[in-house]
Design a binder for this molecule. Structure first.
Ligand SMILES: [Zn+2]
Length: 291
C-alpha cells in the first residue's frame, strides 16, 4: 500500500513535468529520476554541426538564445537533394536529454538523400538547457509545453521551421526515466510505419519497453499509442493551463509525429544514442517507400 508521502511526491513530480509552467528558478541541472549525465559542450557541438555545411547539407543559425552573458545557437540543418517528402527531426527540446543531441551527427552521416526524402534537423532545440543540463530554458519554461501560447523564443523559432519547411512527418527525440525505449505517436502515423520502426529498433538491439511512464502496459512493446489516457492528458495540457507539446501541435496541423523516449538511466552513450539513429533511419526508409 502506498503511503501519502509517496503519493505527494508522485503528484509533485507529475505537476513539475506535466503541468507547472513555468517552474521557478531555471535553468538548473536536472538530475532527478536516475538521469546519468552524458558529457556535452555547446561550442564544440555547434562546431561539429557547422562542419556538415556543404554539398549534402545547408546549415544555419535558426535562433540565438541569450543567457549568462553569451548567445546559445539553435541550429537547423537541411539536406540539399531534391525530394518528395520532408522529415523534420527535433533534437533536445528538453536540454537534459542529451543522447538525442549526441545522436545528430550520426543521423546526418547515415542519411541517404537518394531515398527521395528531405531531412530537416533542429539541434539543439533548447540550447541553453543543453549546456546547463536543464529540461527548461533560461526562463524556466518547458519548451515542449509551449506550442499553444508560444511564450518562448525557442518555440517560436521551431514554429517558424514548421512554417518554412512544411514537414510531411515530424520526429521529436527524447529520453526519460523508464528503463527501456518506447515511442508515442499521434493518430496520423500510419500503422505500417509504426510496425517497421519498432522492428528496426528491435533488430538493432534496442530494448523495447513493456510499460509507459504512467505504468500502463504497452502493446505491442515499445508503442504508447494515442489512448484515452494520453488524449486526456493532452487535453488537460491544452485546455486548462494552455500547455501544448509538439506532438499535439503536429496533430493540429494534420502532420504525423513520433516522439521517441529512450532511457536516460543507461550509462553507455552509444547504447543511448542508437535508438535515436535507428528511428530516424527507419522512418526515412518508410517515407521513401511510400512516396
Ligand atoms: Zn523529453
Amino acid at each position: 500500500m502506498r503511503n501519502l508521502q509517496d503519493l505527494r511526491k508522485d503528484l509533485r513530480i507529475f505537476a513539475k513535468y506535466h503541468l507547472r509552467h513555468p517552474v521557478e528558478a531555471y535553468p538548473a541541472r536536472e538530475e532527478e529520476l536516475g538521469l546519468v549525465e552524458l558529457p556535452f559542450d555547446l561550442d564544440a557541438y555547434v562546431a561539429e554541426l557547422a562542419a556538415f555545411e556543404g554539398e549534402r547539407f545547408a546549415v544555419r543559425r535558426e535562433a540565438e538564445l541569450s543567457y549568462d552573458g553569451r548567445l546559445h545557437p539553435m541550429i537547423t540543418l537541411r539536406s540539399r537533394a531534391p525530394a518528395r517528402a520532408t522529415l523534420l527531426v527535433i533534437a533536445g527540446i528538453h536540454g537534459n536529454e542529451r543522447a538525442s543531441l549526441l545522436a545528430v551527427p550520426e543521423i546526418l552521416q547515415r542519411f541517404e538523400p537518394a531515398r527521395g526524402v528531405r531531412l530537416v534537423m533542429i539541434a539543439p532545440a533548447n540550447p541553453i538547457g543543453a549546456q546547463q543540463l536543464s529540461r527548461y530554458n533560461a526562463h524556466g519554461y518547458d519548451i515542449n509545453r509551449d506550442f499553444k501560447r508560444f511564450e518562448t523564443e525557442e518555440a517560436r523559432a521551431i514554429r517558424a521551421v514548421y512554417e518554412r519547411e512544411r514537414p510531411d512527418f515530424v520526429i521529436s527525440l527524447h529520453e526519460g526515466p523508464h528503463d527501456a525505449t518506447f515511442m508515442f505517436t499521434n493518430h496520423y502515423v500510419p500503422r505500417t510505419v509504426v510496425n517497421r520502426t519498432l522492428a528496426a529498433l528491435a533488430a538493432a538491439g534496442t530494448k523495447l519497453a513493456t510499460r509507459d511512464y504512467f505504468g500502463l502496459p504497452l502493446s505491442p512493446p515499445g508503442l504508447s499509442a494515442w489512448t484515452r489516457l494520453t488524449r486526456a492528458v493532452h487535453t488537460l495540457w491544452a485546455v486548462a493551463p494552455g500547455l501544448m507539446p509538439t506532438i499535439q501541435y503536429s496533430s493540429v496541423r494534420a502532420i504525423p509525429e513520433i516522439v521517441l523516449e529512450s532511457s536516460w538511466r543507461e550509462a553507455d552513450g552509444q547504447t543511448r544514442i542508437r535508438p535515436h539513429v535507428e528511428l530516424v533511419d527507419a522512418v526515412s526508409r518508410a517515407l521513401a517507400s511510400r512516396s
